[in-house]
Design a protein around this ligand. Sequence first.
Ligand SMILES: Nc1ncnc2c1ncn2[C@@H]1O[C@H](COP(=O)(O)OP(=O)(O)O)[C@@H](O)[C@H]1O
Ligand SMILES: [Mg+2]
Length: 340
Amino acid sequence: MSELRKMTDWSKLRDMVESTRLDDKSRKVDETKLLDHLNSRVKGQDEVIKDVAKLINLSWRKQERTRPICSMLFLGPTGTGKTELAKALTEYLYGSEKDMLRFDCSELSSPDMAKSRLTGSSSGYKDSESGGQLTRPMMANPRRLVLFDEIEKAHPLVFDLLLQLMGDGRLTEQSSGKTADFTQAIVVLTSNAIADEVGKAVEGLTDYHEIVNAVKTLLAEHGTFRPEILGRIDKVYMFKPLQGMIIAEIALLKIERLAKEYGLTVEFIAPELLMQALEANMKVSKFGIRELERILFDKFASHMVEMREKRAKAVSFDIDEGGQIVCRYQGPPETPGPKK
Ligand SMILES: Nc1ncnc2c1ncn2[C@@H]1O[C@H](COP(=O)(O)OP(=O)(O)O)[C@@H](O)[C@H]1O
Ligand SMILES: [Mg+2]
């Protein structure tokens, strides 16, 4: 230790470690900061985000847990930010988006697949040694958000495992007898299957709590979710279809992110260029924005590479009379050529 003492400023380091938002001892989440973070990544779902931040803050503070920190169900049309919100939560609460474990339930539609993927094959079978792709990562690091996408497509066996996971906060691998702990995890289930029906059921309702109640009633009647599962879910959230200006804002966010990947900042983009991208997106998906990223990439990436090669740092994208992109940039001054 004596040598290590000189290696850094220990008192400063201690302050920094102790003030880390993730230090579990504090059992606190700064709700305002969490909300800011979620707002910076997820647009147009303000009520959802506000309530999620509140729920997380309250559940995170519990002293003793025998169940996951919280279990949530995200409902709504595809491409409205359900996965994005799960990622943003993971990034803020656990430190990195990589700590999210994601399962596509359409791949868990047979009992064999469900079991081998989640808790590992039975002993004697191929791969039974390696354990489950859910249980093993949880054993290695129990601080994770676990996302089950398109939950309605899962085999009933998945629901049995989920009941254990959400009810007891643990899952045991049959083949190895090892147990994974979920009491520091957040569970998110998503579904867009009955989005249309849900949409109709809440038409005309404006009060958010009224909406959530109508949805819960519908889910129970519909039989998509067994009552025991619904009973284990702390909250159901409804994601709204995205409005035009929100999609425009997301497009700007995505351009900013893309530019960052090329080491650039964007100072200005002509609205006409954004409109071109939004219209192209409208053609392929009426509400969703799954294609938006690809469209923006096709439109801007080559220009960004070109700008980067000119050693640009800050760039602007304008439009000429023919509707083509005109790039302007600021960068280092042109290096004068060799003196003659
Ligand atoms: N409300 C939103 N705010 C910001 N980005 C969004 C939003 N909705 C969708 N996106 C973007 O669109 C893509 C698909 O969104 P995703 O969250 O995966 O949709 P889904 O609701 O189907 O899970 C992601 O790249 C995400 O960045
Ligand atoms: Mg998704």
